[in-house]
Ligand binder design. Structure first.
Ligand code: ADP
Ligand code: MG
Length: 250
């Protein structure tokens, strides 16, 4: 849907987010507004609040202040059916969290049956299609322990996309993987992006950010220090804190 200036309407609109854990003020007024089909990369030092921000965007954490609207639904409104709203938000974590006693297909089918209320036959068809999209059509009957870490993470991605979310949140999806397995997961993420998925990605894969991100957001100590295109953030960062962070990655 075209809004002002020809830009797509935001799918995810988090504004003025604060989060306290006891005395710890972890997010200090963060805005994260993501347009349809946009891929936003969030980078920053460990402890800067990246995971907490993502978790606030699907209400795994409740912000202390601020608003979160996803696909027009106010996540913080008491009247909102949070489980229905969460179906629009896919989340992939560093740890894949697959059930070890269920096959790849079984893991994908579970959410379809429990969360989306699909019949077994419907769930199976959708699960097989989602596994094919992540390149695992031939692994549908494999158990997690029979799969590599990269394949397990792709099952986790299939489980999320099977629910047809409006936005996908990735929290360090490749950080637990051996280096040779990272590429297969990034290439699935790239194909999702090419398919028009709206995505927010927290990751240290700067090469992927340069190649695929529309916008890079740099966070430190609970605030957005600066944001811009990958060319601007990596090539000509304005803020000293950004420069210092990027320097110590080399
Ligand atoms: P990042 O993902 O950027 O590494 P996090 O969002 O995980 O940062 O953490 C930001 C800060 O909030 C850290 O100091 C962390 O210890 C703290 N924190 C995160 N979750 C909790 C929690 N559930 N309880 C208390 N402190 C937390
Ligand atoms: Mg984190």
């Amino acid at each position: 849907m075209a809004a002002e200036g020809g830009k797509a309407a935001p799918i995810l609109e988090a504004r003025g987010i604060h989060k306290h854990f006891g005395a710890l003020h972890v997010l200090k007024g963060v805005d994260l507004v993501v347009a349809e089909r946009e891929l936003v990369f969030v980078i920053g030092p460990s402890g800067s609040g990246k995971s907490t921000l993502l978790r606030c965007c699907n209400r795994l954490e409740t912000p202390s202040a601020g608003t979160v609207v996803v696909d027009g639904i106010d996540l913080l409104d008491r009247r909102t059916d949070i489980n229905a709203a969460r179906r629009r938000i896919g989340m992939v974590f560093q740890q894949f969290n697959l059930y070890p006693h269920m096959t790849a297909k079984g893991n994908v089918m579970l959410a379809l049956r429990k969360v989306a209320g699909k019949t077994r036959a419907e769930a199976e068809e959708i699960a097989l299609e989602a596994l094919a999209r992540v390149g695992l059509a031939d692994k549908a009957d494999a158990y997690p322990l029979e799969l590599s870490g990269g394949q397990q993470q792709r099952v986790a991605i299939a489980r999320a996309i099977a629910l047809e979310p409006r936005v996908m949140l990735f929290d360090e999806p490749t950080s637990a993987l051996d280096p040779e397995l990272v590429g297969s997961v990034l290439s699935v993420m790239r194909s999702l992006r090419e398919g028009g998925m709206t995505m927010v990605v927290v990751s240290h894969e700067m090469g992927f950010a340069r190649a695929a991100a529309d916008r890079v957001v740099f966070m430190d100590h609970g605030v957005v220090v600066e944001e811009g295109t990958p060319e601007q953030i990596f090539g000509a960062p304005r803020e000293e804190r950004t420069r210092a962070f990027l320097r110590q990655l080399d």
